[in-house]
Design a protein around this ligand. Structure first.
Ligand SMILES: Nc1nc2c(c(=O)[nH]1)N[C@H]1C(S)=C(S)[C@@H](COP(=O)(O)OP(=O)(O)OC[C@H]3O[C@@H](n4cnc5c(=O)[nH]c(N)nc54)[C@H](O)[C@@H]3O)O[C@H]1N2
Ligand SMILES: Nc1nc2c(c(=O)[nH]1)N[C@H]1C(S)=C(S)[C@@H](COP(=O)(O)OP(=O)(O)OC[C@H]3O[C@@H](n4cnc5c(=O)[nH]c(N)nc54)[C@H](O)[C@@H]3O)O[C@H]1N2
Ligand SMILES: [Mo]
Length: 787
């Protein structure tokens, strides 16, 4: 039967990857006007003498293999190495109010910024400023604050270990631990949850472990889009007969079928590899219940086996030697009710029992997870339940087994490792004190939601952003806009223009243009390498080789060091100039503070770099009990339950053509969406139940606890998609206005971007309020222009 779909919506029937991926790259290189140079650049991506791909944090096989083709890595590289530039002319031509009127896609698409800029409120234009003048004003502005805790130092996870280390040193010497970081919106639930469970806030597996695993649990992540190089690994597992069990409310194409652009045969014969052996469409926010159900079934199977004199299902020797809290966990699991589990997860009891059976048969299991797990009100607890499940069968710290959080930004893990943390341990601060001979501030600082609240409420007065697009990436754009406009000083260290930089501080706003990963970084005539850490704790060097986008663009370490000098003068006796002249000296200090980086400068000169030690992978448990802890999750429901059947749970997704707030293009190929983003996915039955039809234009409002008149996204088109009942999905960041700043995981403060209670109603007239990211599809069009 053929039915008419809304404009731009098609049924996508092919596998993920394949020729479509190659075609997409060709188009991207063309759009960035770098067809020739771009192709050469891509060949240097993730090579031992090349740069680390700025797209994701998935590791490389030894980092020395031949070029691995990755569509979205190619887009990220092309986007950075674009031939387009914006300098003095562009900013003289366009006022901030004019730029504001454009979509975010247009704003970032103008190209690389070539000069430092200062905003002139009288003319409403950014104007080119000399570096020295900018630093003097920024330094004076920071030095002027009554209390260093009135300043916020944001980091986005693209910056190198070297830049991040200097940044935290500077902010701590200045006097604060206010380090809001993109990780607070991403894997914070991992960083908070796993130390309690297994004594380290990182994954425990290496890439080689995937060769030994016979079961992969893939929970709440979309690797075909966000970690495409992982598809090669999953494809290998599938081809050698390993099982892959997926938990995802959406049927993501790459997890169903994948055609490797690396494989000549698959490409020529259009024969894709099936990936998931079992695909469980869990309800949005239903993972806690699902994981509990599997663990409950496993415990029941174990009891039954013991009673029947058969081999145990649980690894009792491991549990006895290595864990604490087992009895409490079992009591909680046995006390929980299958009806509640089935209701909250949206999965059948028999489905979950089947997963438990398959898990019991596996000799080595890896659990991978992403934002579908962490960005919930119960994010931390979700992560801990994955750990529980692995611990029940001793799947931690042995070959082919372990936990694998898929990190976001290419160096978000490294930034954390080298000290970007708002809740530093006493041990870290003691080490900094010992190495640099000053007393760092001890009080914990602000994470992202705490910073935005402080800015909104007038408690913070200055912000420095080392990359990112904070006001658009954060929840609650209303609070963000207010917050940035309250600032006496805002400084953006950036490659490109974005909307956060158009929220003018009431005092001064500066933009400082920096080099990207792909570019040559010369200091005193000597090329410098930086280092990064991937999702599996491998640290390696990255060397750009492209010409910088302009003579007046500087490296991140150089910019951070100059802000530090201008703010602190000689305080602390730090040789900022010396560090910038030779990044080896920064690495020596990183090694002095973090002994795990032993012999840092030598080891990064080895191809492939080196592996940071991982205690849990060695079955050393740095927890309060000295054992791995089973941690009970009290309930199964994430939200206050509501009897109101019109309340749906919204999850916010990345399309295939975006990198976080950067929108490369308007297609989401594998989900069958072309040329638009202004849609709300829901299943056909639910659309009808709520009294609508596919193609209807609707407004979405926040429901329940955080309902407020201005929490609305207007003008989305309903599109049928096979989601579970009670759930809907739309794109990030257009849906940010629906998410209250206070709606976050209680433990880690990660915003609950993936479980927003909402209601829908027929589209009304534009309500006229100014919005940062309203009007999906025309991202960022504000109704009342204001700079
Ligand atoms: N090309 C590209 N690469 C990227 C990025 C990018 O934007 N573009 N972003 C980078 C960053 S910073 C990050 S953090 C990672 C993000 O990578 P992912 O973790 O894959 O992030 P998302 O796209 O947000 O989507 C997660 C998946 O979770 C599913 N999901 C949604 N809600 C739930 C739920 O309640 N339960 C379960 N089980 N699943 C759910 C969605 O259907 C989707 O498939 O990727 C990194 N790599
Ligand atoms: N609703 C919803 N919101 C979310 C999410 C979600 O799934 N749903 N995901 C969250 C997640 S996981 C994350 S990590 C955050 C992302 O939050 P951010 O990291 O703040 O956002 P990005 O969009 O990655 O930042 C892009 C900007 O970084 C700058 N940039 C790019 N390359 C460089 C560089 O090399 N150096 C410097 N200095 N600047 C550079 C450019 O100006 C670009 O505009 O968003 C979060 N927000
Ligand atoms: Mo992220």
């Amino acid at each position: 039967m053929h039915r008419k779909r809304p404009e731009g919506i098609k049924d996508y029937t092919g596998p993920a990857g394949g020729w479509g991926a190659l075609k997409a790259v060709a188009l991207t290189l063309k759009a960035q006007q770098i067809v020739q140079r771009g192709a050469q650049t891509l060949l240097k991506s993730n090579q031992p003498d090349g740069f680390d791909c700025p797209s994701c944090a998935w590791p490389d096989p030894k980092h020395t293999s031949s070029f691995e083709f990755c569509e979205n890595g190619a887009k990220a590289v092309a986007w950075e190495s674009t031939a387009k530039r914006i300098g003095a002319d562009f900013f003289a031509q366009h006022s901030v109010a004019e730029i504001w009127e454009q979509s975010d896609h247009w704003i970032e698409g103008q190209g690389r910024i070539t000069d430092p800029l200062r905003y002139n409120a009288e003319t409403d234009h950014y104007e080119v400023v000399e570096w020295d003048e900018a630093f003097a004003a920024i330094g004076a502005g920071l030095a002027r604050l009554d209390d260093p805790n009135q300043a916020e130092f944001y980091t986005s996870g693209r910056c190198s270990n070297e830049a991040a280390f200097l940044y935290q040193l500077f902010a701590r010497l200045y006097g604060t631990n206010n380090f809001p970081d993109c990780s607070n919106m991403c894997h914070e639930a991992t960083s908070v949850g796993l130390p309690q469970s297994i004594g380290i806030g990182k994954g425990t597996v290496s890439l080689e472990d995937f060769d030994h695993a016979d079961l992969i649990l893939s929970i709440g992540h979309n690797p075909g889009t966000n970690h495409p190089r992982m598809m090669a690994t999953l494809r290998e597992v599938a081809r050698r007969g390993g099982r892959i069990i997926v938990f995802n409310p959406l049927k993501e194409r790459s997890l169903e079928r994948f055609e490797s652009p690396q494989s000549v045969i698959e490409m020529a014969t259009f024969s894709a590899t099936p990936i998931a052996t079992n695909y469980l469409q869990v309800k949005v926010g239903g993972d806690a219940a699902a994981l509990k159900g599997i663990a409950k079934a496993l415990v029941a199977m174990d009891k039954a086996a013991t009673a029947a004199g058969e081999p145990a299902v649980l690894d009792h020797a491991f549990i006895a030697e290595h864990t604490a809290g087992f009895d409490a966990l079992v009591a909680n699991l046995e006390g929980s009710d299958w009806a509640d589990i089935v209701h909250a997860s949206g999965l059948g009891q028999s489905d979950l029992e089947e997963v438990a059976r398959l898990y019991a048969q596996s000799t080595a299991t890896i659990a991978c997870y992403g934002m579908g797990i962490t960005q919930h009100r119960t994010g931390t607890s979700n992560v801990q339940q994955i750990a529980n499940l692995l611990l029940l069968r001793g799947n931690m710290g042995r070959p082919g087994a372990g936990i694998c959080p898929l990190r976001g930004h290419s160096n978000v893990q490294g930034d954390r490792t080298v000290g970007i943390t708002e809740r530093p341990t006493a041990a870290l601060l003691d080490k900094i004190k010992e190495v640099f001979a000053f007393e760092p501030p001890r009080a914990h600082g602000h994470s992202v939601v705490e910073s935005i609240a402080a800015m909104r409420d007038g408690k913070a007065k200055a912000i420095v952003c080392l990359g990112g697009n904070l006001a658009i990436a954060s929840s609650d754009p209303q609070a963000c806009a207010q917050g940035f406009r309250n600032m006496e000083l805002a400084v953006h260290i950036t490659t490109k223009l974005n909307r956060t930089q158009l929220l003018m501080a009431k005092g001064d706003t500066y933009i400082l243009p920096c080099l990207g990963r792909t570019e040559r970084d010369l200091q005193d005539g000597t090329p410098q390498a930086v280092t990064v850490e991937d999702s599996m704790s491998m640290v390696h060097a990255s060397r750009g080789f492209l010409m910088p986008p302009g003579d007046n663009v500087r490296s991140e370490p150089w910019i951070v060091a100059h802000i530090a000098k201008a703010t602190l003068g000689g305080k602390g006796g730090i040789d900022w100039d010396g560090y910038v002249a030779n990044y080896d000296l920064i690495r020596d200090k990183i090694e002095a503070v973090f002994p795990a980086f032993k012999d840092y400068n030598n080891r990064i000169r080895e191809p492939g770099g080196f592996h940071l030690p991982n205690s849990a992978a060695e079955r050393v448990w740095n927890t309060d009990t000295g054992k791995a802890n089973f941690i009970v999750s009290p309930g199964v429901e994430e939200d206050e339950t509501t009897a109101d059947p019109t309340v749906m749970r919204l999850t916010t997704l990345r399309s295939h053509d975006q990198y976080n707030t950067t929108i490369y293009a308007l297609d989401d190929r594998y989900r069958g969406v072309f040329g638009r983003r202004d849609i709300l996915f829901m299943n056909a039955k639910e659309i009808a139940r709520l009294g609508f039809a596919e193609g209807d234009v609707i407004d979405v409002t926040t429901a329940l606890q955080f309902k407020r008149d201005d929490r609305i996204v207007q003008g989305l088109t309903l599109v049928e998609h096979a989601l579970p009942d009670g759930c809907c999905a739309s794109y990030y960041p257009e849906t940010q206005p629906l998410i209250a700043l206070e709606d976050h995981d209680l433990q880690s403060l990660t915003p609950s971007y993936k479980s927003v209670p909402v209601q829908i109603r027929p589209a009304g007239p534009d309500d006229g309020t100014e919005r940062l990211v309203a009007r999906a599809g025309v991202i960022g069009r504000s109704v009342e222009p204001k700079g």
